[in-house]
Design a protein around this ligand. Structure first.
Ligand code: NAP
Ligand code: GCO
Length: 261
């Protein structure tokens, strides 16, 4: 029977990658508020320290580790260290990501590869390291942070769209391959959210600002708080029969042709 308890995360260990700030920080903070123990990583010690201070300011005693999610050996060592120091991971959010906004014909192959490495290869690497512990425990939740670009393209984001489209299918494949172990793997597809990643698009004179508001029924940029409820739902027992689903939290963008000029 459904109750408030169905949405609680007490006793659960949640690893959120790249969560010193931005969407990852918001999701981890929501999980902490629902009772989870928070573990996060970032690529530089100074960012981990910044993140730890931000979590502490929010009253959250998080565990922070330096780890590049594209480095499989480092990720395997990180997961082992987390299991020794904190506990087996119950919830994994593959949040770490980058974007390079370059017209495809001007984009070098190394830049394309770097985006694919962080945004698609890394979720594979981290999920592969975490799933064995979830199988042993008899349950697990994996949430991949997808994008509007899992469904749509636009100029200058060819690598990012290819990665996020691939992440949608990796999500479905993990759901297919490990559902029998009571592991649910779903995605969250945020719309356009106010974070450092989109800051270049939100300068007052940037045409994209007005454009995206005209494409969003909610007529506003999203805030990281808008993602907290959906992220808690997908991490909780309330979603134990939801698997392979991409939950778009986009204010209605994907449903809307856009406001007539
Ligand atoms: P963000 O502000 O740029 O934060 C990304 C985080 O990932 C940073 O902490 C970054 O650390 C970390 N990171 C990058 N590469 C890493 C690596 N190799 N190893 C470990 N950590 C790494 O981005 P955001 O806007 O919060 O986005 C978070 C996720 O949501 C991304 O996957 C993004 O694609 C996705 N998303 C964002 C939006 C949006 O509108 N903002 C919408 C849809 C989806 P550094 O600072 O050291 O690089
Ligand atoms: C862009 C933006 C988007 C957002 C997000 C939308 O340049 O189009 O950065 O890609 O980051 O992924 O869902």
């Amino acid at each position: 029977m459904i109750s408030n308890e169905s949405f609680r995360l007490d006793g659960k260990v949640a690893l959120v990658t790249g969560a010193s700030y931005g969407i990852g920080f918001a999701i981890a903070s929501a999980y902490a508020n629902m009772g989870a123990t928070i573990v996060f990583n970032d690529i530089k010690q100074e960012l981990v320290d910044k993140g730890l201070a931000s979590y502490k300011e929010a009253g959250i005693n998080a565990h922070g580790y330096v780890c590049d999610v594209t480095d499989e050996a480092a990720v395997q060592a990180l997961v082992k260290k987390i299991e020794e120091e904190v506990g087996t991971i119950d919830i994994l959010v593959n949040n770490a990501g980058i974007i390079k906004r370059i017209p495809m014909l001007e984009m070098e192959a190394k830049d394309f590869r770097q985006v694919i490495d962080v945004d698609l290869n890394a979720p594979f690497i981290v999920s592969k390291a975490v799933i064995p512990g979830m199988i042993k425990k008899g349950h697990g939740k994996i949430i991949n942070i997808c994008s509007m670009m899992s469904e749509l393209g636009r100029e200058t984001v060819s690598a990012y769209a290819a990665a996020k489209g691939g992440l949608k299918m990796l999500t479905r494949n993990i759901a297919s391959e490990y559902g029998e172990y009571n592991i649910q793997c779903n995605g969250i597809g945020p719309g356009y959210i106010e974070t450092p990643q989109t800051a270049p698009l939100r300068t007052p004179d940037h045409p994209f600002n007005k454009f995206i508001i005209s494409k969003t029924p909610a007529a506003r940029w999203g805030k990281t708080d808008d993602l907290m409820g959906p992220a808690v739902f997908l991490a909780s027992d309330a979603s134990n029969f939801v698997n392979g689903h991409i939950l778009y939290v986009d204010g209605g963008i994907l449903a809307y042709i856009g406001k007539q000029p």
